[in-house]
Write a protein that binds this ligand. Sequence first.
Ligand SMILES: [Zn+2]
Length: 171
Amino acid sequence: MHCPFCRHPDSRVVDSRTSDDGLSIRRRRQCPQCNRRFTTIETASLSVVKRSGATEPFSREKIVNGVRKACQGRPVSDDDLAVLAQRVEETLRASGSAELDAYEIGLAILGPLRELDEVAYLRFASVYQAYNSLEDFEAAITALRAENEEAEARRAAGQDEPADQGTAAAE
Ligand SMILES: [Zn+2]
């Protein structure tokens, strides 16, 4: 947006804060031309369509609350959950749609949650994808294992970082 003082068409973000309710972002900007600072408030344009048909603004807090239950007893910190919610929001915003349903949100949660903790992922997926038998769990675990092995193979075939570390340690 234009600088409100000199109308310069560009500005640099010097600070960015999410409000406590997670519904808006306050950005402190500086104009590169006149160096004056101003603040913009960005409100969430993402809406969640509930089952009842009502919409409500997207909230990172709700993502965190939804995932926290699946993370009980797991080595997942509040910071981890905050980062996950941020990634989910980024994914959803990148999708370009302004209105999302619970299915799309759940889908956006699965990827980052799997990276965070596989047990929490399975718990969440079992509810979200409505697993109703041991076979469903088995299939999910098999898929998880296959993807892990694939990732391992990619790592092994790729960089020789562990060898470098070994050399450094020997010196
Ligand atoms: Zn200016």
